[in-house]
Design a protein around this ligand. Structure first.
Ligand SMILES: Cc1ncc(COP(=O)(O)O)c(C=O)c1O
Length: 387
């Protein structure tokens, strides 16, 4: 039966993600447009982003928070380019983005003392194998497989190496163990429902120590430069950005941060994301075809919720046909105006991916689920008849 209730917001994309409920262009009315980002008002807005971020996330006072270019990728690559190479590196990867960082380190930076600790889609790498004497590079939440690290307990308090954590699809939806994270990066376009373009870079005192005591052998473009004359450029962490930011995106993230404060801060944000996962879990439990790509609930993401399919019909399809079937479901639901952009990531096994970050209402997630059953049934029938 075709469902009659549709989600109010069909935006289930894993990035850019849904804007906060009730968002409209009026939220940007106060943007400092046409003003220099170095003017008093420009700098104060950038600083306000940093201050509100620190308060919401509970970032320790002695950690630096900076706004940097090129979204999460820019923030993470600037950290890797600036800090890696001082000691051996353990690279943990279990999906596409983690693998991208491996490619950066092995093929671009060409570091030699590297260990790659990998796992397949749906699994997590052996976290206990990370050596505290070495730097550790990892993704807190693997957006393309829906697998997250369960906590920071596997990171040693007395580590000698630094931890570099890509937290872009985790922050504001999961508790981040700041004492275990030396470098943390993310962008505004995920759980906050903000815009792309700018990255956030959070540094522990030990990360700053590395920056001030180690100079990599390779050239450093201006856009990556965090130090001058061997000293941290402190201005970056007060809102003096390296190059020109979008003041429209800045206004938008301020709106998102204020919304987050109003719904109970980090706790409220986490609860909203967990409610989305709970809705999908209750549906999966009763489903005769849908399951989670992440089999272990301890590492199952509440933001990038990855659904796999299995029944005698689906299991009998070739991989290409499985992918085609999922694409058809995605297109059908888009045409119905029910869900946009829910096909699994191109490198991941055939499946669907539902964004369950804090800007998605659990009532919308609940409304979507019967549509998945309907679309699956439609596609199965059509393809079975054609075969
Ligand atoms: C884990 C992870 N890392 C990096 C990125 C890249 O983020 P951005 O496009 O904001 O640079 C993404 C985007 O989905 C991601 O999920």
């Amino acid at each position: 039966m075709k469902p009659t209730v549709t989600p109010c917001a069909p935006q289930f994309s894993s990035g850019p993600c849904a804007k906060r409920p009730g968002w409209g262009p009026a939220a940007l009315a106060d943007a400092a447009l046409g003003r220099s980002h170095r003017s008093k008002i420009g700098k104060s807005k950038l600083k306000e982003v940093i201050d509100r971020t620190r308060a919401l996330l509970g970032v320790p006072d002695d950690y630096r928070i900076g706004i940097v270019p090129a979204s999460d990728t820019g923030a993470f690559e600037m950290a890797m380019w600036s800090m890696l190479g001082a000691r051996g590196v353990d690279l943990l990867a279990w999906e596409s983005f983690g693998s991208g960082w491996v490619t950066d380190v092995v093929k671009q930076l060409k570091l030699e003392d590297v260990r790659v600790l990998e796992a397949d889609y749906g699994q997590i790498a052996d976290l206990s194998a990370a050596d505290p004497k070495r730097d550790t590079v990892f993704t807190f939440n693997g957006t393309t497989s829906g697998v997250r690290v369960p906590n920071g307990d596997w990171i040693a308090d007395d580590r000698e190496g630094l931890t570099l954590c890509d937290a872009t699809s985790a922050v504001f939806a999961m508790d981040l163990p700041w004492d275990k994270l030396d470098v943390t990066t993310y962008s505004w376009q995920k759980v906050l429902g903000g815009e792309g373009a700018h990255g956030m870079l959070i540094l522990s005192p030990r990360a700053v120590e590395r920056l001030e005591s180690y100079a990599p052998a390779w050239p450093m473009p201006k856009i990556f430069r965090l130090t001058k004359g061997g000293k941290l450029i402190e201005g970056i962490f007060k809102g003096e950005t390296i190059n020109t930011p979008s003041m429209l995106a800045v206004e938008d993230v301020l709106d998102a941060l204020k919304w987050a404060e109003g719904i109970g801060g980090l706790k409220g944000m986490i609860a909203r994301s967990e409610a989305n996962l709970a809705a999908v879990s209750a549906w999966v439990e009763k489903s005769d075809w849908a399951g989670f790509l992440a089999a272990d609930p301890a590492v199952r993401s509440s933001t990038s919720i990855c659904i796999s399919a299995s029944d005698p019909w689906f299991d009998g399809l070739s991989e290409d046909d499985q992918r085609a079937a999922m694409k058809q479901i995605d297109s059908l639901l888009e045409a119905e105006g029910v869900a946009f952009d829910i096909n699994g990531y191109r490198d991941a096994p055939a499946g669907l991916r539902l964004w369950g970050g804090a800007t998605v209402e659990a009532s919308d997630m609940e409304a979507l689920l019967p549509w998945l059953d309907w679309a699956y049934g439609q596609v199965k029938q059509a393809r079975s008849q054609a075969a």
